[in-house]
Design a protein around this ligand. Structure first.
Ligand code: SF4
Ligand code: SF4
Length: 80
């Protein structure tokens, strides 16, 4: 049981370190302002400003859901 707990802890640590090193970036040239990314963001980190998506880096938890939801591939998860 202790080994399982230790492995679980290490996996979670690696995940959080990896996720914390990424950030969602919007390509304004590709974005249509459709709002699909806004709808899926679990922490309300995206707003539509002047018909373009804008990510608040302070709120973003780097989950990648917005990048998967974007129909125009306008969001990429990149290194900070
Ligand atoms: S889903 Fe894509 S195209 Fe639509 S607002 Fe978000 S970034 Fe722009
Ligand atoms: S990566 Fe996740 S938390 Fe960050 S803006 Fe996209 S959906 Fe929101």
């Amino acid at each position: 049981m202790r080994v399982f707990t230790a492995i679980l802890f290490i996996v979670m640590l690696v995940f959080f370190v990896y996720a914390g090193s990424r950030i969602a970036r919007v390509d304004a040239m590709k974005c249509s302002g459709c709002g699909d990314c806004v709808a899926v963001c679990p922490v309300d980190a995206i707003k539509i400003v002047r018909h373009r998506a804008v990510v608040d880096p302070e709120k973003c938890i780097n989950c990648g859901l917005c990048a998967n939801a974007c129909p125009r591939q306008a969001i990429r998860m990149t290194e900070k």
